[in-house]
Design a protein around this ligand. Structure first.
Ligand code: FAD
Length: 599
């Protein structure tokens, strides 16, 4: 770790916006241990051997197949990762759990079913269950005897989950909660044994209950006809005077939102990892196809425009991967630094909250990257990409849901800024002093601030200046709109986009720097090329978003002054991204694989 101030900041979610860190402070895939890699390998082997051969039947919803596969996955420990050892789980660290999710994503429907059970269907009990609830359910969730699911959404309450109409009232004898209402879109609902259900006690106090299949008055709807992830189960649930034992209340009455939202924080992070795995698979397929198909007497791989697509897929995947493992490493470091007074699950909960901003970034960037990759893969396959006999058509349909569930990307963009502002106001994250310091710096005029050196000096400056752009644009927006900023959704989203680009740029940069110092060379590397392209393009995107936000915030002379300052922060030399992309494309084409695996 660098200085104590830096390490203290590093443990705080969102601190990347106002502090810098050393490459050694950032976890990268190259830092994985042998044991962690083994978990990835076991998962990959399981999916290749047990899941992929069954895809055609899974897509047809052959009865019993998906739950059977989940149970089989349990036999090799793939359902036990997030469950502490004392309850029959594997108590995996976050990096291992992330790699597991990534490797499961070779078949999206399986990944979604796994996430519905081992992620959002398990997290509420691990972090909020009583000792009895944990002992009763967790060992059976880990060994696949009980398949679980998370039941928050309703026909009239999706993004606005707290508008739930499902009600719970205590029975006259005080022994049961009586549930009435409906849930919608429940993953695994068709075959689950345990349902984590949110309902309002007396129609007011949002709470959470554990409901078992077979409860009187509880029924499950037909499978929904979905656009994609057809191998997964998605159903509605109906509760008609359903008695639920009193002791099956999870956490406290009126505190269901804490359970719901912390679970989603965890789910969002994992979703980014699933998206990462899916994007890598589609890249492999596109790279292979570009060598098989010929046009105008050449293989597709010989066309610059095809290479540019493959390279851009690699570059965006690299950014997502760098962010996701950085977050996983931060969470593991936070877990390792827990004070003795804190239990593992208390600490785990704190980490979920701490890195909620980064988890939203993982969700948004991951889902938009996999969507970008499947779209470009279809394009590389041409007409064949549009045919179900080829692998990318299904990937295209499967990918689309990721921007919708676990909080839509619109909601997550707003959450990023909302959470940042909350932390700033609470003094947890010194954003306000940082913005004031920047204002002083701007007033003082241009300075000789060229302190960065080394092979990535230009990129270092860009990242640092983009952080200033954020403080500038966010500072202006807060000053103008104050408590009403949330109403200015387009501005909020523009600011969130700048935040995401900063985190992505810095994560790529630190990883490339770490890799380059590991290699002990300042020689050019393909990872360095990918980093340079990503940062050049991300800086353009961030600048545009900051300008959009400023132009919607101030006007006249004030706007002209703000834009002049922005131009100062945005000043940089152009680089030849065409040549750099060609080198990245050559790297993926040399093996038909994502070239920075485990690096
Ligand atoms: C295949 C599938 C599986 C699912 N699995 C589960 C599951 O296991 N458990 C579960 O509980 N739920 C599940 N869901 C539900 C999912 O989480 C919701 O669909 C999602 O939260 C969006 O809610 P909605 O569909 O009601 O859309 P809406 O909330 O109606 O949103 C519609 C559009 O309006 C936008 N919007 C909404 N509010 C705002 C706002 N304040 N500002 C700006 N824009 C806004 C949204 O971003 C979206 O673009 C699943 C859904 C699908 C399709």
């Amino acid at each position: 770790m660098a200085t104590s101030t830096v390490s203290q900041n590093l443990t705080r979610g969102g601190a990347f916006l106002i502090s810098s860190c050393a490459p050694e402070d950032v976890f990268t895939p190259a830092d994985m241990t042998g044991d962690q890699r083994l978990i990835g390998q076991t998962t990959e082997e399981f999916v290749n051997k047990e899941v992929l051969p069954l895809v055609p039947e899974l897509e047809q919803h052959k009865e019993g197949l998906m739950p059977g596969l989940l149970k089989k996955a349990a036999e090799v420990g793939l359902l036990a990762g997030g469950i502490p050892e004392e309850y029959g789980g594997a108590g995996l660290d976050k990096v291992s759990g992330t790699l597991l999710c990534e490797k499961l994503a070779a078949y999206a429907s399986f990944a979604v079913s796994h996430g519905g059970h081992s992620g959002i269907g398990t997290v509420p009990i691990v972090y909020f269950g009583t000792e009895e609830q944990k002992k009763k359910y967790l060992p059976r969730i880990a060994n696949g005897e009980v398949i679980s699911c998370y039941c928050l959404s309703e026909p009239q309450a999706g993004s606005d989950a707290l508008a739930s109409r499902t009600r719970a009232v205590l029975s006259p004898d005080g022994k049961n909660w009586i549930l009435n209402g409906q849930k919608m879109w429940i993953t695994n609902g068709g075959f689950a044994d345990l349902f984590v259900v949110f309902a309002k006690v007396d129609g007011e106090k949002f709470s959470c209950f554990l409901v078992e299949r077979g409860a009187p008055g509880f029924s499950v709807g037909a499978e929904e006809e979905k656009m994609g992830i057809k191998g997964s189960s998605t159903v509605a649930l109906f509760f008609e005077n359903t008695p639920v034992p009193k002791e099956n209340l999870l956490h406290e009455i009126g505190r269901g939102h804490i359970v719901a939202f912390n679970t989603l924080n965890s789910g969002r992070f994992s979703l980014g990892a699933y998206c990462l795995g899916g994007a890598k698979k589609v890249l492999e397929a596109a790279s292979k196809y570009s060598k098989e198909r010929t046009a105008f007497g050449k293989r597709l791989e010989q066309f610059g425009l095809i290479d540019a697509k493959l390279a851009e897929m690699v570059i965006r995947i690299f950014a997502v991967e760098s962010m996701i493992y950085r977050i996983a490493g931060q969470i593991d470091a936070g877990m390792a630094n827990a004070p003795d007074s804190e239990s593992k699950s208390e600490r785990g909960m704190k980490m979920l909250e701490e890195y909620a901003i980064e988890s939203s970034i993982s969700k948004i960037y991951g889902s938009e990257t996999v969507d970008f990759c499947v779209d470009e893969a279809v394009q590389i396959f041409g007409g064949y990409g549009y045919h179900e006999d080829y692998p990318v058509a299904r990937a295209y349909r499967d990918s689309r849901i990721n921007r919708i569930f676990e909080g839509t990307n619109e909601i997550n963009r707003m959450l990023i800024i909302q959470m940042l502002m909350k932390r700033a106001m609470a003094g947890v994250l010194p954003l306000i002093p940082a913005a004031m310091k920047l204002a002083d710096e701007v007033l003082a005029g241009p300075s000789m601030e060229e302190t960065a050196s080394g092979p990535f000096a230009a990129e270092e400056r860009i990242v640092s200046n983009t952080k200033k752009m954020f403080l500038q644009a966010a500072g202006a927006a807060v000053q103008r709109f104050r408590e009403q900023l949330a109403e200015q959704q387009e501005i909020v989203a523009a600011l969130a986009n700048v935040v995401m680009e900063i985190y992505a740029m810095e994560s790529c940069l630190r990883r490339a720097q770490k890799a380059s110092s590991r290699a002990g060379a300042e020689s050019p590397s393909v990872m360095g090329d990918a980093t340079r392209v990503f940062i050049a393009d991300a800086a353009d995107r961030a600048e545009r978003e900051a300008r959009t936000a400023l132009a919607a915030t101030v006007e006249g002379d004030m706007l002209r002054t703000q834009l002049a300052v922005l131009r100062r922060f945005a000043k940089r030399d152009a680089i030849d991204t065409v040549a750099l992309r060609r080198r990245v494309a050559a790297a993926v084409l040399s093996s038909d694989r994502y070239p920075f695996e485990a690096r």
